[in-house]
Design a protein around this ligand. Structure first.
Ligand code: NAD
Ligand code: 0WE
Length: 255
């Protein structure tokens, strides 16, 4: 009997088999969870449907997190299908490509707003709806990166968005704790996913990372899934408002 038998968990952010959210979905399924997954547009839907089928997930729903209406519709649908839910996994981020290349001091108002909207506010918007379905308490997990606290080359506006996301985790944890809802972030080391493709010198970043990290290797999506399952499960019952590093120890090292 799996640890998540009878638990209903919503996952946002599966785009393909390299997605961190896909590793989380697989691990949750292995532990008996009932899952719902979302896609942001038809292109992603096409890729997601067969993946969901592979896991036996039938609840596949649209949700562009930039739209309040789509978020509302998602939870209306989940309420009628599930009634209650136990977990939320937010694995979504986006910034305009240009903002990850040009000097940070040249970030545009629009680019800044876009990154904050999709990568940070969306978690708050989802939490506000999900809490109403978490009638027996629950657990929410989002994905962050070290660029929230350190000035990582090129991460720029995404770093500011992740700082807002990690702060939102603390405010949500304070707000929702009385309903026995825990809220945490996992700060993952760099992983070669779709969201990392086209980043200049990402290969070099991965090589430097593995060389410096105490575990002498890169982070894998499965590492992130392990910590996410801990935070979603009763093993994490006393943990809320935290950002947990899953980065092979990279963040503890000096230069
Ligand atoms: P990914 O590209 O597989 O996942 C990003 C997801 O965001 C995609 O599924 C995409 O469809 C979704 N998305 C973007 N805009 C959206 C919108 N408007 N509405 C709904 N969904 C939208 O890449 P990933 O690396 O698995 O990223 C998942 C999370 O992990 C992100 O929050 C990312 O910042 C974080 N993270 C990634 C790394 C890394 O190196 N890959 C490291 C630390 C944290
Ligand atoms: O959070 C991320 C990815 C964020 C991301 C990536 C892209 C690329 C394609 C957000 N939006 C976009 N928009 C695009 O058009 N990571 C933690 C991975 C990542 O991204 C970086 C990194 C690392 C690590 C960008 C610059 C420097 C390092």
């Amino acid at each position: 009997m799996g640890m998540f038998e009878g638990k209903k968990i919503l996952i946002l952010g599966v785009a393909n088999k390299k997605s961190i959210a896909w590793a989380v979905a697989q691990a949750l399924k292995n532990e008996g969870a009932t899952l719902a997954m979302t896609y942001m547009n038809e292109a992603i839907e096409k890729r997601l449907r067969p993946l969901a089928e592979e896991l036996g997930v039938t609840d596949v729903l649209p949700c562009d997190v930039q739209s309040d209406e789509e978020i509302d519709n998602l939870f209306t649908e989940l309420e009628s299908r599930w009634g209650t839910m136990d977990g939320l996994v937010h694995s979504v981020a986006f910034a305009d490509k240009d903002d990850l290349a040009k000097p940070f001091s040249e970030a545009s108002r629009e680019g800044f707003k876009l990154a904050l909207d999709i990568s940070a506010y969306s978690f708050v918007a989802l939490a506000g709806r999900a809490k109403k379905l978490m009638k027996d308490g629950g657990s929410m997990v989002t994905m962050s990166y070290l660029g929230a606290e350190r000035a990582v080359d090129n991460y720029n506006v995404m770093g500011v968005a992740k700082a807002a996301l990690e702060s939102s985790v603390r405010y949500l944890a304070a707000d929702l704790g009385s309903q026995n809802i825990r809220v945490n972030a996992v700060s993952a080391g760099p992983i070669k996913t779709l969201a990392a493709s086209g980043i200049p010198q990402f290969k070099q970043l991965l090589a430097n990372f593995a060389a410096k990290a105490p575990l002498q290797r890169n982070t894998e999506a499965e590492d992130v899934a392990g910590a996410t399952l801990f935070l979603l499960s009763s093993l994490g019952s006393g943990v809320t408002g935290e950002t947990t590093y899953v980065d092979c120890g990279f963040n503890i090292m000096g230069v």
